[in-house]
Design a protein around this ligand. Structure first.
Ligand code: SAM
Length: 870
């Protein structure tokens, strides 16, 4: 059997999101494809509205059919009922028609490749044959309220109940390209000799094959310099136990975060609703309505729904006109009825209707989107996530004045925001300049601190903020969707008001108004001064697309104070070398829309052997993932690259040139970026879109301190988060660590060495090599605990901006299916037997049966390792 095509899978997924099973979707989709002459655009429009309608219609007619056969006496009654059904199940169609009437320009009718009108006409007729509604332009969103639970409650309450998974992702491989999934590895250069005969050959032609050393700094407690030479990973410098600062008891901060988000999002406020129009003060509802309080007889009409329900249709002048256009049968069936009046006015943009099957459809019409050329359709998931995040912040303690209308309005706003933000959208918007976010949202102390030490994220629109007093209007505007450049602007510590702007940026600005800049500030402030205000309800303080809650069922500690940054920031001397010109070298101007769907892989994929790392579901392909897992678990078993005159050995400078110890051939992911012609939604952009999973920081019961867990089931290969921190040189890190030690500061430090420039042929000096320090500035990844061997996540280097391997993102992906509430762990790669390390490694409490810290015979240890890696 041929594998289902990607669009079919997408449609199944979209329906699943609405609680509709694949078996139900399948026959209807088939029928619909026939009716629409395989015109997918029409089916996919508006989040598969046509498909949803068709499914409901089919279900209803099946139901009616069943009733008929069950009870022949009811046939007649049902025939009547079905007529009425026609009305009750068509409120969405009615709304669509209304909106079409309202459309100022045909461009808003989601035209297909040719004429929008033509595209809509044909299916309109045919759709009616199968009970389908017309496809609607982008201005409405509908929710199908079914008895399904969502897991938002879990987030709000911070309880540990296992949430229901809303989206079940298929791990089936997608026929994206005809190329193999494996990253190509070519023949060995003459001076090399692979140890392992079974390993694919390697060559120096691709970065994969060039000299590389393990990415992680293994925790042997060496200084960064020595550690780097020894290819070790995470530097564990804390000898003390978990010591958390008490949070400031300031519930008000919760509201600050909302402001933070809002200010960054350039919120479009909906128009003030008219208050003098009586007709608009009434909510169109389907009865029975739990909200109904104090019905008032108004001049409204309503349509009789089959099961005694009434659908109220607002009768403003133009609505009447629109309704008249709907269907004669609809108008005929209207009968005067009582409607529900609410205190707040103008909810004409929300309609509620029910079907004979008991589904309630809430239709939200965002009228302010009408006529906006910049509007695009956000996904329902994005809208829901955003609204959930807002609720968590705004409605954390519900007061007696809680208004559902407000909730709906918020929903509309979110819809509008998501729809109108540029396609650089949410990620950049939310992450816009943490400097500004910090200045706005933190205390005076913070503003003062901000002058001393400011950091700006890579890969995000960055404002040049030399001084908090510097006028914000001088800040460059947000970049438009497709391209941009990040340059480096260095600010001298002694002269805070002077920015040295990279000339290249100025030049690029001529062509790219959306240029980015990175500001690098000097001056470190001591941790003592770094008293950040904790927002205990959202660890991310609104900087991520999702809220990251925390839970502590173990003791009364609160998460430690640190400043949350969603993107890496450059500190002082670290030189992250990317510019538009250099990115041009990798030459990816060829791609468009979604690279994963294109027949010819774009240039970005060439960097990883001609194949993309991700499936259409956004998961890392299994083969690549398994290789990365295996490589991390047992590097020696993998392809080691041996060079004749090893630069690492030469750099030891002890007069004796030892034989090369071998370099690991690293696997990595190359994502598309601004320079690429594809859209922000391209499937080859996963890490750069940021965290999208529901995560929680929690106090581990086993004495490991805080940890990170998922609140939703995760499939294998899912992106969880990136390790975010300050980008430092190893030399800077060394200074920092020494300073902390000299201050007797035993709080945790969280540095990870980037195995910088593993593509180059020389050994980087400590002044060049890069690492990430998440001690003071970091993201949720700083809470990820270590687990020997069978950790739930694996780290993979991801290149986004840079064409070389000097700087990259360190991203965590699930190494297997992970159940909701399971801890997300990472194997730090610690050698617990390295007793030479000046800093003692922590006593591992990972609980893994393969724990390397448990003393056992070497035979049983290697048997354990074999069991895991094999
Ligand atoms: C990157 S932090 C992880 C978050 C940390 N648990 C916290 O509370 O902030 C690393 C530190 O967590 C603790 N830790 C992580 N994994 C551990 C493990 N398997 N056993 C014991 N302690 C662990 C150690 O103290 C380590 O220095």
């Amino acid at each position: 059997m041929a594998p289902p095509n990607a669009r079919v899978l997408k449609a199944f997924r979209a329906m699943k999101d609405l609680g509709i099973a694949e078996e139900v979707t399948k026959p209807v989709l088939k029928k619909l494809l026939k009716v629409y002459d395989k015109n997918w655009e029409l089916i996919e429009e508006e989040n598969y509205r046509a498909l949803v309608d068709a499914i409901f219609d089919t279900q209803e007619s099946e139901e009616a059919e069943k009733k008929k056969t069950d009870d022949p006496r009811r046939v007649e009654a049902l025939e009547e009922e079905n007529q009425v059904d026609d009305d009750s199940i068509r409120p969405l169609k009615r709304l669509r028609l209304k909106n079409q009437e309202n459309q100022a320009s045909p461009s808003m009718i989601s035209p297909g490749p040719s004429s929008g009108v033509a595209m809509l006409k044909k299916p309109k007729v045919e759709a009616d044959e199968v009970g389908l509604a017309e496809a609607d332009p982008q201005h409405q969103m509908q929710l199908v309220t079914t008895p399904q639970k969502t897991n938002s409650e879990t987030l709000r309450t911070g309880t540990h109940s296992v949430p229901e998974q809303r989206i079940t992702r298929s791990r089936a491989k997608q026929p994206v390209t005809s190329q193999s999934l494996t990253v190509q590895e070519k023949s060995v250069p003459p001076q090399t000799a692979p140890v392992n005969e079974s390993c694919p050959d390697v060559t120096k032609e691709t970065p994969l094959n060039s000299i590389s050393s393990p990415m992680r700094l293994r925790a042997r407690g060496k200084t960064p310099q020595s550690a780097q030479k020894e290819n070790i990973s995470i530097s564990e410098r804390s000898s003390g136990g978990t010591k958390m600062q008490k949070p400031m008891a300031d519930g008000g901060n919760v509201f600050l975060t909302k402001q933070k988000i809002r200010s960054n999002l350039a919120l479009i406020k909906p128009k003030d609703e008219p208050t003098d129009d009586i007709s608009q003060s009434e909510v169109p509802v389907a009865n029975p309505d739990p909200l109904a309080q104090g019905n008032s007889a108004s001049g409204k009409t309503c349509t009789a729904a089959p099961d005694g329900q009434q659908l109220v249709v607002p009768q403003s002048a133009d609505q009447t006109a629109q309704d008249n256009d709907i269907a004669v049968s609809t108008a005929e069936k209207r009968i005067p009825c009582k409607t529900v009046e609410v205190l707040e006015k103008s909810i004409e943009d929300i309609e509620v209707a029910s079907t004979a099957l008991g589904e309630v459809k809430i239709s939200v019409s965002c009228k302010s989107a009408i006529g906006r050329p910049d509007f695009h359709m956000p996904s329902l998931d994005d809208v829901i996530r955003t609204v959930e995040a807002q609720c968590l912040r705004s409605y954390k303690s519900l007061d007696p004045n809680f208004s559902l209308k407000k909730l709906m309005k918020d929903m509309c706003e979110s819809f509008l925001e998501l729809g109108t933000s540029s396609s650089n959208e949410l990620q950049e918007n939310i992450n816009v300049n943490p400097d500004i976010g910090m200045l706005e949202s933190n205390t005076e102390l913070d503003s003062a601190n901000a002058t001393d030490r400011q950091v700006v994220p890579l890969n995000a629109p960055i404002y040049i903020t030399c001084d908090p007093e510097m006028a914000l209007p001088e800040v460059p505007s947000l970049p438009p969707p497709c391209s941009g450049v990040a340059d480096i602007v260095q600010l001298d510590a002694g002269n805070k008001n002077q920015c040295i702007v990279n000339l290249e940026r100025e030049i690029d600005n001529l062509d790219h108004s959306n240029s980015q800049s990175i500001v690098v500030f000097q001056n470190q402030q001591s941790t003592e001064e770094t008293k950040f205000v904790d927002d205990v309800y959202d660890i991310a303080k609104g900087h991520e697309r999702v809220v990251i809650s925390f839970a502590n069922d173990v003791n009364s500690e609160c998460p430690p104070s640190f400043r949350y940054i969603p993107r890496n920031v450059v500190f002082q001397n670290a030189y992250v070398n990317f510019s538009l010109a250099r990115i041009g070298e990798s030459g990816c101007g060829t791609c468009s829309d979604n690279c994963l769907l294109s027949l010819t892989p774009c240039a970005c994929s060439h960097e990883t052997g001609g194949d993309y790392a991700y499936t259409l579901e956004g998961l890392v392909k299994e083969e690549l993932l398994d290789e990365c897992i295996s490589m991390n678990r047992d590097p020696k078993k993998h392809c080691l690259y041996y060079c004749k005159e090893c630069p690492l050995e030469r750099s030891k400078n002890d007069g004796i040139l030892d034989a090369c110890k071998g370099h690991l051939v690293r696997k990595f992911i190359k994502e598309c970026w601004w320079k690429c012609g594809c859209s922000k939604q391209c499937g080859n952009r996963v890490v750069q879109r940021g965290i999208s999973r529901k995560l929680q920081v929690f106090m581990t019961p086993g004495g490991k301190g805080w940890g990170l867990r998922t609140l939703e089931d995760l499939p294998k290969g899912a992106f969880v988060c990136e390790y975010v921190g300050e980008v430092l040189t190893n030399a800077e890190l060394y200074d920092r660590v020494s300073e902390r030690e000299s201050l007797n500061n035993h709080s945790h430090s969280y540095p990870v060495l980037l195995d910088a420039d593993w593509g180059s042929e020389r050994v980087l000096k400590d002044e060049e090599a890069l690492c990430l320090d998440a001690t003071d500035y970091g993201n949720v990844a700083r809470f990820i605990n270590h687990r020997c061997f069978d950790s739930t996540m694996v780290e993979i280097p991801v290149e986004v901006e840079t064409p070389d391997h000097h700087y990259y993102h360190l991203a965590f992906f699930t190494s297997r299916k992970v159940k909701a509430l399971e801890e997300l762990t990472w194997d730090y790669g610690i050698d617990f037997d390295d007793h030479e390390h000046p800093v003692k490694a922590f006593r591992c409490r990972c609980g893994s049966k393969f724990c390397r810290n448990i003393k056992r015979s070497s035979r049983s240890r290697s048997a354990a390792a074999r069991k895991v890696t094999g």
